[in-house]
Design a protein around this ligand. Structure first.
Ligand code: SF4
Length: 414
């Protein structure tokens, strides 16, 4: 919805695409090219939406300004001579991901999202053992005991508790409890949790897997070794809860994150024998979840899939960005939500990227693109995977989308 105002306009109920919570109550004040976020935007969203009246940079080829046509031709030329291209970043909407898949299918090479490490931690448990996962709305309406496993996810998902633990849940009787297991709520989180009973259980460094293993044994009714901390009272509370939820942000778990996720999912499984419980596995920055979903329905494999001779093959180790870049000779970097930097690499660089990106090394080809949800409409996925969030166009910047640019590069590919 838009309201005209003096020299500009105010757009209300704007959907925010950045962290995966998909807050849809953000207001934006637009005046020409300038953008200022107001109500509903967390600090991260306000910084990422902010734009000045300064005009956007021109595309560049070899460090010199070029027309869009020249930059597209140069990118197509570079890809025509590529022996081992790799497609990374992938910070784009669903149409942009589709276009990356089409380009990679034609020119070859693997595809990964820059923030996929946490997603694969979650997927490794979901693929091997399955899990009972829930949605943001279910937590909000039904969860009477939320256990936050590991570091506070609201450091990355800023309005998390505003969204999932308001003082009153539709079907929650009494005061909601939130227990931080092995982490501390941030000051902002404490404010958002004002209506809930908040507790913290300290866990010695590296002790989260052991702690969750003992919790699993206790809720499953099998003998559990004693240890530090005493996890018995939490097990009792979870068994007594009507709808317990274990939430985590896999990206912020340590090197044993895979095991933490596996044990947390096992606790939820055991609880479901006698009561109701679910996991809330958080991941999703810059449409990570949408990129993975788009891969699943278009290719049949998740991210970290490579194309060669028209055949797709998935390998989550070999096709991870860092590993694949050791062999790549051309890196196609896409990042339209924020000025994320491409990883260090000796590969030639085609950057289809946010106009404010400050590169550490000048790309061979740089094409500035618009942000989905500001400069053009598009679709992204929320962190709980069940909702595709429609992103709107709120200003005329003249910047093309990632999908537009990649389609034109593909048309010119020989
Ligand atoms: S919490 Fe996430 S979705 Fe909500 S305003 Fe902040 S960055 Fe945007």
């Amino acid at each position: 919805m838009t309201e005209a105002q003096g020299g500009g306009s105010t757009h209300i109920d704007v959907v925010c695409p950045f962290c995966g919570l998909g807050c849809d109550d953000v207001s934006l004040k637009i005046d020409g090219l300038a953008v200022e976020a107001g109500e509903g935007a967390c600090g991260r969203a306000a910084a990422l939406f902010r734009r000045s009246q300064a005009s956007n940079p021109a595309p560049r080829v070899g460090g010199s300004d070029a027309s869009l046509d020249e930059a597209i031709a140069a990118a197509a030329d570079l890809l025509a001579g590529a022996r081992a291209p790799f497609h990374a970043g992938l910070g784009t909407d669903v149409d942009g991901v589709r276009a990356v898949i089409k380009l990679a299918g034609k020119v070859g090479g693997g595809v990964d999202h820059y923030a996929s490490a946490g997603l694969f931690r979650n997927l490794s448990t979901a693929q091997r053992k399955g899990w009972v996962a829930t949605t943001l709305a279910e937590v909000r309406n039904r969860c009477d005991l939320l256990v936050v496993v590991g570091p506070d996810p609201s450091e990355s998902f800023h309005r998390l508790y505003d969204r999932v633990t308001p003082a009153k849940g539709r079907f929650v009787e009494g005061v909601r409890r939130v227990v931080f297991l092995g982490g501390e709520p941030t000051a902002e989180a404490k404010t958002q949790l004002a209506g809930a009973k908040v507790e913290t259980i300290s866990v010695p460094e590296g002790g989260l897997v052991d702690c969750l293993s003992r919790l699993h044994a206790l809720v499953a009714g099998t003998p559990a070794a004693s240890g530090d901390p005493d996890i018995g009272p939490l097990a009792t509370s979870l068994k007594a809860a009507k709808y317990g939820v274990l939430a985590w942000s896999a990206a912020s778990l340590g090197s044993d994150g895979d095991l933490v996720v596996e044990r947390a999912a096992a606790v939820v499984d055991a609880l479901n024998v006698e009561t109701r419980a679910a996991c809330l596995p958080l991941a999703g920055r810059d449409n990570l979840i949408g990129a993975n979903q788009t891969f699943l329905w278009n290719v049949g494999f998740p991210l970290r899939t490579a194309f060669s001779g028209g055949v797709a093959s998935h390998d989550q180790t070999l096709n991870a960005t860092e590993a694949a870049l050791a062999e790549a000779d051309v890196l196609v970097w896409t990042s339209s939500f924020r000025p994320e930097l491409p990883p260090e690499s000796d590969a030639r660089l085609i950057a289809i990227a946010h106009p404010a990106t400050k590169f550490e090394r000048e790309p061979d080809v740089f094409i500035p693109v618009g942000q989905p949800g500001l400069d053009h409409a598009g679709l992204a996925f929320r962190t709980d995977t069940v909702v595709a969030i429609p992103l709107g166009k709120h200003r005329d910047s003249g910047l093309p989308s990632v999908a537009d640019v990649l389609k034109r590069i593909l048309e010119q590919h020989r």
